[in-house]
Design a protein around this ligand. Structure first.
Ligand code: HEC
Length: 121
C-alpha cells in the first residue's frame, strides 16, 4: 500500500473510532447502541418497522421505531422503560398474545443493545 493509501486508511479508522465514541448510550441506559443498530438489521426488524438510522424500504407492518424514549407505553401495553422494552423485543406474545410481532429468539444481550439504540433515537 502506498503511503498516501495508508494515510487515507488511518483517517478512515480515526473517523470510525470517533463514531464509536459518539455512540455511547444516553445517561441511565445500559447496553451498546452501536452494536444494537447492527443487531436490528441482523434480526431484520426493519422488515416490519421503519427505524431511524437503519436503511431499508418503508414498511409499516409495525409502527416506526422512533421517539421511543418519549413514549409512555410500549405497544400500548407496557409502561415504557428499558427493561420492559427488552421484554417486548424478546417475547412480544408474553405481553400481548395477539400481537402480529413474532418472537425472534433475540438474545438478552442483543435485546439490551437494541433497546439502547432505540432509546437513543
Ligand atoms: C413480522 C413483522 C415484525 C417484525 C419482524 C418485528 N416487529 Fe416489532 N412490531 C410488529 C407489530 C405488528 C407491532 C405492533 C404491536 C402492537 O402495537 O401491538 C410491533 C411493535 C413493536 C414495538 C412497540 C412499538 C410501539 O410503538 O410501541 C417495538 C419496540 C418493536 N416492535 C420492536 C421490534 C424489534 C426490535 C424487532 C426486531 C428484533 C421487531 N420489532 C421485529 C411487527 C414486527
Amino acid at each position: 500500500m502506498s503511503a498516501r493509501g495508508a494515510a487515507v486508511l488511518l483517517a478512515v479508522l480515526a473517523l470510525l473510532a470517533g463514531c464509536k465514541r459518539d455512540g455511547r448510550p444516553a445517561p441511565g441506559l445500559q447496553g451498546d447502541p452501536q452494536r444494537g443498530r447492527i443487531a436490528l438489521t441482523q434480526y431484520a426488524c426493519h422488515a416490519c418497522h421503519v427505524i431511524p438510522g437503519v436503511a431499508g424500504s418503508e414498511v409499516y407492518v409495525g409502527r416506526p421505531l422512533e421517539g421511543l424514549a418519549k413514549r409512555k407505553f410500549i405497544a400500548g401495553k407496557l409502561p415504557a422503560s428499558q427493561a420492559n422494552l427488552v421484554l417486548w423485543i424478546r417475547n412480544p406474545q408474553a405481553i400481548d398474545p395477539e400481537t402480529a410481532m413474532p418472537a425472534m429468539g433475540v438474545s438478552e444481550r442483543d435485546a439490551l443493545d437494541i433497546s439502547a439504540y432505540l432509546l437513543s433515537q
